[in-house]
Design a protein around this ligand. Sequence first.
Ligand code: CTP
Ligand code: MG
Length: 242
Amino acid sequence: MTTAAVLTAAGSGTRLGRAVPKALVELDGVPLVVRAALGLALARCLELVVVTVPPHEVRGFQALFPGGVVPGTRLAARIVPGGATRQASVAAGLAALPGDVDVVLVHDAARCLAPAALVRSVEAAVRQGHRAVVPALPVTDTIKAVGPADSSGAEPVTATMDRGALRAVQTPQGFDRTLLEAAHAAGAARAADEAVAASDDAGLVEALGEPVWVVPGHERAMKITTPRDIALAHLLVADTAT
Ligand code: CTP
Ligand code: MG
């Protein structure tokens, strides 16, 4: 029985606003997708990483994984075309997994600094019997729910959340493969109905009524979304002590 990862890298990076897909953007000379794959490889608990990429960029991404491995490691890497949404990309990655894989980690290339220790802790929690596991951090902002804006654009507050009970969720998220496949099958049927896709795989498991478990996340597993995040990622790369 083996563990594999689906590394989602098929997004365009609209909010980052670069000319190339976000996963190809370099941080200190290393593309985000390669950095993310290295974090997975260094965890030493995976047999394979399936990378979902923009369909018109398959060859460009293949060139980043010479010999079909994560550079400098022995972890096998397979490049597959992703879909129009993150959910569809994960589904495409799942479809490319070999039969002996029983645990799947789903990771965003955009969270390229997630430490190997975090990958290991998520994988270990799944192996210990938690069939759906997400890393998450406590939130530091006060979070309020709002209603529809008035004519000036101001939104009325409808509730203030209990911050102590809130967590900001990261990746890699880990799953029993059978459960994740069932969650995606049900999610695909709903997405076709409602034209909405999930931004998070654990959400699809929750929709099945199955439990999802939280383990401690890590600040380096932050997602690179905007130019400000790239600046922060540069600081984190420079600070090897964290
Ligand atoms: N992703 C994917 N397939 C898609 C959309 C997103 O594999 N159709 C991946 C992205 O490559 C990223 C992760 O899902 O690693 C999280 O998505 P996000 O941060 O939203 O990245 P983008 O969709 O590329 O960015 P944006 O929404 O700003 O365009
Ligand atoms: Mg997106």
